[in-house]
Design a protein around this ligand. Structure first.
Ligand code: ADP
Ligand code: ADP
Length: 229
């Protein structure tokens, strides 16, 4: 479930300046496709269009064959989980922040999600465990810790589609490896769109699309693209 298809998609924020110049690609259900390219190429715009923050001017975007224009914003949000570059957490407990992914989840489910995201051990060492509050006067979390909370939240939400937006770009190398392995677990068997700057962070993708100035410049597997360049 969650197959994505972009067909001849054209989009501009300003009519004078096209951002996406007719791009087509598919992410088969359960597979991972990475969009790689320099800053300003239009990568984040692709995820915003999938979410329908903006409407495209030409072409079509479908999920499981259904045009996103025929899907309500509410169902789109339920179908798509996003791990953004900078996670902003609520000024509340760590458990609250994780449970936000699925408000009905019980404590065991919250803890299980935290374990998969590899932040459980860290939380248990806090003075009040899961009851420690995140925020200015409470706990200060590092970028990597916040991201793991966001990953745990997404694990609970269990959406068919996952968007990872430059998810590891702001982290040091050690943290990056840990986050990467947590992300690999979340994206397993889930339709995943990864947005990344560097080819080196998307080795496991089923297909890599290189976007330059709103056009698909190259596409292939990690090994294939390395061999060509
Ligand atoms: P990337 O994610 O590859 O860095 P973006 O999709 O964020 O690229 O942006 C592509 C281009 O669109 C950039 O030139 C950017 O300045 C422009 N852009 C992005 N968002 C907006 C917006 N809301 N209004 C106008 N221009 C925008
Ligand atoms: P959740 O998936 O945790 O339920 P929401 O559905 O409320 O979160 O929000 C979806 C995601 O979209 C959030 O992670 C948010 O950071 C991201 N988002 C919000 N506005 C934009 C935007 N203009 N461009 C890209 N991503 C955005």
């Amino acid at each position: 479930k969650g197959a994505i298809a972009f067909k001849d998609v054209r989009f501009s924020y300003d009519p004078e300046r096209p951002i996406l110049k007719g791009i087509s690609f598919e992410v088969p259900a359960g597979k991972t496709v990475a969009i790689v390219g320099p800053s300003g190429a239009g990568k984040s715009t692709i995820s915003r269009l999938l979410y329908r923050f903006y409407d495209i001017q030409d072409g079509s975007i479908t999920i499981d064959g259904q045009d996103v224009r025929d899907v309500t914003q509410k169902s789109l949000r339920a179908a798509i989980g996003m791990v953004p570059q900078d996670t902003v957490l609520f000024n509340d407990t760590v458990a609250y922040n994780i449970r936000y992914g699925r408000p009905g989840a019980d404590d065991t489910e919250v803890q299980k999600a935290a374990e998969i995201a590899q932040i459980d051990t860290f939380i248990k060492q806090l003075p009040d465990g899961y009851e420690t509050r995140v925020g200015e006067r409470g706990l200060k979390l590092s970028g990597g810790e916040k991201q793991r909370v966001a990953i745990a939240r997404t694990i609970l939400k269990a959406p068919p589609i996952l968007i990872l937006d430059e998810a590891t770009s702001a982290l040091d190398t050690t943290t990056e490896h840990e986050i990467q392995s947590a992300l690999d677990k979340v994206s397993e068997n889930r339709t995943t769109l990864v947005i990344a700057h560097r080819l080196s962070t998307v080795i496991g993708a089923d297909e890599i699309i290189v976007l330059r100035a709103g056009e698909i410049a190259e596409r292939g597997t990690h090994a294939g693209l390395l061999a060509e360049n």
